[in-house]
Design a protein around this ligand. Structure first.
Ligand code: AGP
Length: 591
């Protein structure tokens, strides 16, 4: 959940490093720093936003042969200057930036201290430069020292290391946290994610677990750190443009990515062969598990209703963090459908590794081409939504729903019908997003609700998943406590929370749940609740109506749009940081 970025080449270091860090800021933004070699190894770092630190140290003025840098989401150690990365060895001649968690750092730190090493920070990361220093002192060989240090580490780590004695090389190591190398002409990049260098190259190498890369401006060599042998790596061409990763004139990435849903939903089309291969995996399986986290889990939960209602398949949606507790159900006749926008979520990857060990097949559904999940799956589908920079998942959610809908319908020979329904859903989404009246209405309702302490959402059937996703959007960007409930559950306790004026959003698509959800809304209203209806028609129970198209088969796609917009406008009304909400990061790459 941090961003690391390294560069070696002919360009001035400062601007490149600053730009790379800014493009990774969505991965973590509580402190930042850079280490570079220019008449010796130098480190500049502090707590705070990248822009503040850059001004303080004049990052743009940095020059030299190479640099590594870091933007932090704190896991071990408070947000302080000392705990910011890079971290250095005792002699200050080795610097490291790291994304992940070193789980055995306490034992390692104790061992290193007994060998005379002096630690400066509270972080787990700092054991890495001291370990490398210890082995470098013994071997005099930086690559060997790295191999030996890696063999001592437990946990997850993607780290970059530079040595003052070797000012032309960046060493990059990857284990369970993402790391991608950008191949340039007379220059090379290495980062946690592609947007950091997409402006300069689309040619990339994705490092795999336990691989070490030695990167100079004119060469990249990759080694397996267990065998210490060189490995040949496939070069991918990333299918994204720089504009995709830019804000494109929108005030926030969140609004840009909400608006992109006018044309991203149908980008799941065009992979019929892969869909058929995936369907066959489902048909061959005796048990099907849908595994994901956060918003991706809500897409899984919604699709589990389609699996049941359309295909008669019992596909169980499981939170990735809860998967270990039910993993005994998984066997060699199971299929795990793992859904992840980033393809790097640690909970999901850990679940997939556990399922593979139990003989299960894996179908990965990802947005990021070349991501870890894509590469460890037996088969994969891509949602092709383009880079999603905002911490909040919006366009990836509707595209995940779309690809899952195609998959379910292919099971019953309705792939072509489903494609037409997806196109229609995208058209309905586009009409909503282009409706000034709708945006104005939602903005007004956001203003009215902005001082609320609680907001409840109710839905039944597949709209229960929509209520959970809508609540997550509101919570994570406006910091208002929001909860989604199955409408039928209210009477079993939650109704006690309803007071005079408690706002409740009733999700009422034109489907079999409509009348019962309206009934639940009446129960809330009878106790003083303030009802905001998401529906295609007025109803006496609604105090406010957000009019939605009358769409049934793809209501989870259509009904989430107003809720994404409501969350966005609530955040604006409350002065929240829309693209970088407090305490969060875009890709949760630690368990
Ligand atoms: C969604 O708005 C959140 N940012 C978060 O819940 C996210 O969906 C979750 O971390 C899963 O991410 P993934 O799809 O990349 O695995």
């Amino acid at each position: 959940m941090c961003g690391i970025f390294g560069y070696t080449g002919f360009r001035r270091l400062g601007p490149i490093i600053l730009e790379g860090l800014k493009r990774l800021e969505y991965r973590g933004y509580d402190s930042a720093g850079v280490a570079f070699i220019s008449s010796g190894l130098q480190v500049m770092k502090d707590a705070g936003k990248i822009d503040e630190i850059s001004r303080k140290f004049n990052f743009s003025g940095i020059d030299g042969k190479l640099a590594i840098s870091h933007t932090r989401w704190a896991t071990h150690g408070a947000v302080t200057q000392t705990n910011a990365h890079p971290h250095i060895s005792c002699n200050g001649r080795i610097a490291v930036v790291h994304n992940g968690i070193i789980e055995n750092y306490i034992d390692l730190k104790r061992e290193l201290i007994s060998l005379g090493h002096k630690f400066r920070s509270e972080t787990d990361t700092e054991v890495i430069p001291h370990l490398i220093e210890e082995f470098y002192r013994k071997t005099g060989d930086p690559l060997k020292a790295i191999f030996m240090a890696v063999s001592k580490l437990d946990g997850s780590f993607a780290f970059l290391a530079i040595f003052e004695d070797h000012p032309d090389r960046i060493f990059a190591v990857r284990y369970k946290s993402p790391l991608v190398i950008g191949l340039g002409d007379g220059e090379n990049f290495v980062a946690s994610d592609v947007p950091a260098f997409l402006k300069y190259t689309k040619k990339v190498i994705f490092l795999d677990d336990m691989e070490v890369a030695v990167i100079s401006r004119d060469s990249v060599e990759v080694f397996n750190s267990l065998t210490r042998e060189k490995v040949d790596k496939e070069i991918y061409i990333v299918p994204w443009s720089v504009e995709d990763a830019e804000r494109g004139g929108y005030p926030h990435f969140m609004m840009k990515e909400i608006m992109e849903q006018r044309f991203t939903i149908t980008r799941v089309l065009g992979q019929d062969d892969r869909i058929r291969e995936a369907s066959q995996l489902i048909k061959d399986a005796q048990k099907v598990f849908l595994v994901a986290a956060g918003t991706s889990y809500h897409a899984c939960l919604a699709s589990s209703y389609w699996f049941a209602e359309i295909a008669g398949v019992n596909a169980r949606a499981v939170l990735a963090s809860e998967f270990p507790s039910i993993s005994k159900l998984v066997d060699d006749k199971s299929l795990v459908i793992a859904v992840s926008q980033s393809g790097e979520t640690a909970d999901v990857l850990e679940s997939v590794r556990m399922a593979k060990k139990r003989g299960s097949k894996i179908l990965g559904i990802v947005n990021v081409v070349g991501s870890s999940l894509m590469r460890i799956s037996d088969a994969f589908l891509t949602i092709n939504a383009g880079p999603e920079i905002c911490v909040l998942a919006t366009k990836s959610y509707t595209s995940q729903l779309a690809i899952l809908y195609l998959l379910v319908n292919d099971l019953v020979g309705r792939l072509e019908n489903a494609k037409e329904e997806i196109k229609r859903a995208e058209t309905l989404v586009a009409h909503m997003l282009e409706s000034e009246a709708l945006l104005k209405d939602i903005r007004r309702i956001a203003k009215d609700l902005s001082a609320s302490e609680h907001i409840f959402l109710i839905g039944r059937g597949i709209s229960y998943a929509t209520s959970l996703e809508g609540a997550l959007k509101i919570k994570e960007v406006s910091y208002i406590h929001a909860e989604g409930f199955a409408g039928g559950e209210l009477k079993h306790g939650t109704l006690a929370l309803i007071e005079e004026g408690t706002p409740c959003i009733a999700i009422v698509p034109e489907d079999e749940t409509k009348d019962q959800t309206l009934g639940n809304a009446m129960e809330i209203k009878a106790r003083g609740g303030y009802i905001i209806g998401l529906s295609n028609e007025e109803h006496v129970v609604f105090d406010e109506l957000i009019r939605t198209p009358s769409e049934t088969s793809l209501s989870p796609i259509v009904m989430i749009i107003p809720l994404q917009l409501l969350a966005y406008y609530l955040a604006l009304e409350r002065g929240c940081n829309v693209d970088q909400p407090r305490n969060l990061a875009k890709s949760v790459t630690v368990l």
